[in-house]
Design a protein around this ligand. Structure first.
Ligand code: NDP
Length: 282
């Protein structure tokens, strides 16, 4: 307890020495949020809207996006538009970035958040599904980033990548999903180095999330694991804040940071705990 308490105090003190976040700083900023019809992406859109940003949201279901746009305008968004698109389709990926840049007259934040549906169970050896999910959860992120980079360079812009603790720690039942998140962390973590070496003015923030109480996540883990889920609106706020502060990494909730930090200290015990925590349903 003393150790963690001391460590937390040092980390909090270090955070205090950095710049502070103000919601006003996001007023009028131009934002593209993917996977914004439900869950964390939807909450991200509402926070930006409340802060007076100009937003383009995307996902596949047009009727749901329409409702989210309506609510964004009610909350105070300077502009809110939607474009429905399937991130499995390369042409759609380009179309979304072009739409946002044209209708917002530039881009300040690209929030990459969408994930394709994937079963939560022992891996059924479906290689086609892994390939498809890689396209949706990984390749489309790269494609969007590359496409948006020239505009982001003009605005000192930022890319925010929503990732997971499961992109840093192996676990059962979501192998294709976990592979896509490890790939994202590897790619964007390395991209951060290259941008820094080139003294690029574009920042990349990688967000490591633990279990968040979205409908999709709650439905998936039911019967497999019992652990507290944290609120999506708070996760969304932390994502936006970290992006605005141009932090290279963000962790929410708190335990994701310590899990990442101590992941490799006691590998045998870590793996035993993981196998105990997840229930096996043959
Ligand atoms: P949801 O399943 O609630 O939302 C996924 C979003 O992606 C929806 O808007 C969905 O809309 C969209 N989407 C799905 N397939 C496609 C597609 N082919 N093309 C375009 N859009 C698509 O996810 P969460 O809110 O739970 O998760 C959001 C992010 O947070 C993800 O990156 C996830 O990995 C991360 N995360 C979540 C955790 C959690 O516990 N919830 C934990 C750790 C990380 P539509 O169906 O209309 O296309």
């Amino acid at each position: 307890i003393l150790f963690f308490g001391g460590l937390s105090a040092v980390l909090i003190a270090l955070q205090w020495s950095g710049p502070s976040f103000t919601e006003e700083s996001l007023k009028g900023t131009r934002v593209l949020v993917t996977g914004a019809s439900t869950g964390i992406g939807e909450q991200v859109a509402y926070h930006y809207a409340r802060m007076g940003a100009q937003i383009v949201i995307t996902a596949r279901r047009e009727h749901v996006l329409k409702e989210v746009v309506k609510k964004c305008l009610d909350l105070g968004a300077q502009k809110a538009l939607y474009i429905s698109a399937d991130m499995a389709e390369s042409a759609d990926v380009s179309r979304v970035v072009e739409f946002a840049e044209e209708h917002l007259n530039g881009l300040d934040y690209l929030v990459l958040n969408h994930i394709g549906p994937s079963p939560y169970r022992m891996w059924d050896k479906d290689l086609d599904h892994v390939r498809w999910l890689m396209q949706v959860n990984f390749h489309s992120y790269l494609h969007m980033a590359v496409k948006a980079l020239p505009r982001l360079e003009k605005t000192n812009g930022s890319i925010i990548v929503v990732s997971s603790l499961l992109g840093k720690m192996c676990s059962p039942y979501a192998l294709p999903y976990i592979a896509t998140k490890f790939a994202l962390n590897g790619f964007f973590g390395s991209f951060q180095h290259e941008l820094a070496m080139k003294q690029s003015n574009v920042s990349i923030t990688i967000c490591t999330l633990g279990l968040i109480d979205t409908e999709a996540a709650m439905e998936k883990i039911k019967g497999y694991i019992d652990m507290p889920a944290y609120p999506a609106h708070e996760a969304a706020y932390q994502i936006i804040k970290a992006g605005a502060l141009r932090e290279s990494e963000a962790f929410y909730p708190w335990y994701t940071y310590y899990s990442t930090l101590f992941r490799d200290w006691f590998p045998y015990h870590r793996d035993q705990v993981i196998r105990m925590v997840y229930k096996y349903k043959p």
